[in-house]
Design a protein around this ligand. Sequence first.
Ligand SMILES: Nc1ncnc2c1ncn2[C@@H]1O[C@H](COP(=O)(O)OP(=O)(O)OP(=O)(O)O)[C@@H](O)[C@H]1O
Length: 371
Amino acid sequence: MNDMTPTNLSGSMPLAAPFVRVKDLRVRFVSREATVRAVNGVTFDLARGEVLCVIGESGSGKSVMMRSLLRLHPKKRTVIEGSMQVGEHDIGAVSDRVLSKLRGSTISMIFQEPMTALDPLYTIGDQIVETVRRHEGLGREAAWARALELLELVRVPSPERRLKAYPHELSGGLRQRAMIAVALSCRPSLLLADEPTTALDASVQIQVLVLLRKLQREMEMSMIFVTHDLGVAAQIADKVAVMYAGRIIEYGTVADVLNRPQHPYTRAMLASTVKDQERGVQLEAIAGSPPDLRALPDGCSFLPRCGYAKPECAVAMPPETVDARGHMARCYRVGVEGQRLAFSAPAIQPSVCTNASQLAAARAEMLGRQA
Ligand SMILES: Nc1ncnc2c1ncn2[C@@H]1O[C@H](COP(=O)(O)OP(=O)(O)OP(=O)(O)O)[C@@H](O)[C@H]1O
């Protein structure tokens, strides 16, 4: 496998103290018909100035986890447990009034589709001016000067003219830059990015990524970046979290996770996608499908798709195994050898276990052994 670190856009060493602390976060959506367990015990720390890329298949809980940091879920149907600390703020406990002050100023978010964030009825300039006046109390003139400065910062050509444009008058790439300008207008400490470059052409995508990484570093923002694209993660991340069925199943530095993947899911994902490319690589489907979040199994949620399953995998979710470098994986086949995580493959490659009766037999055998 290629070492992807030399082309990583990361250059700065993040500062040590965690700025974001998420501990045992659980999110479920409750309706009369079912309970969807979208996030099932997510824990991570993020230092100031550090970029965490969250990768995983569709439905693995990436967006739900991230949106929880802004409490964007429908209040009535959502149960959130665990803790989320951003700077000195306990996100789960702050009042709605404090939260609305934090949104856009301390924590900002950018989306795949800029029209989610931009108001079609107002010019780009009005939207930036409104945000900085509301959060920072700037006068009109100073706010316009800031808006101009921001469009220059995100390299929008002819910024004076673009300030007076409505979102629909801009190209996709310029709209994305305008959304980034609005998101950065109050100099947030934490930027949440939900696949912000996925909809763009490859060349525009890399320009926007380079720009984001540059601004993130200059402004010493922490950033959580959700992506399906392993190449994007390789380019932009300091740390990588791999999510599966609402859990982080592997976590570590970008080099550790992408060059020395330990969890069978991460290994399968990389084996099926990353060849010689360094970017523009989407996650390919792995045979089988993720579990139903309305009825999660007791054991490892990846078991039905895993080629390395052991009987104990059917009984309980594997605990976290962490090495001296902080590289973590949740798999019974992973242990620490010396100071590093090490995956122990069986002598004979087992066939993928996809059969419900095989699972039931494995579980029965394991429970019998424990009795
Ligand atoms: N408001 C909601 N009510 C019920 N279920 C929801 C809600 N929001 C998300 N979900 C479910 O939670 C699960 C996780 O969704 P999430 O959007 O976090 O996945 P994701 O990993 O970000 O996927 P994608 O990459 O496709 O965006 C999915 O099964 C989704 O259908």
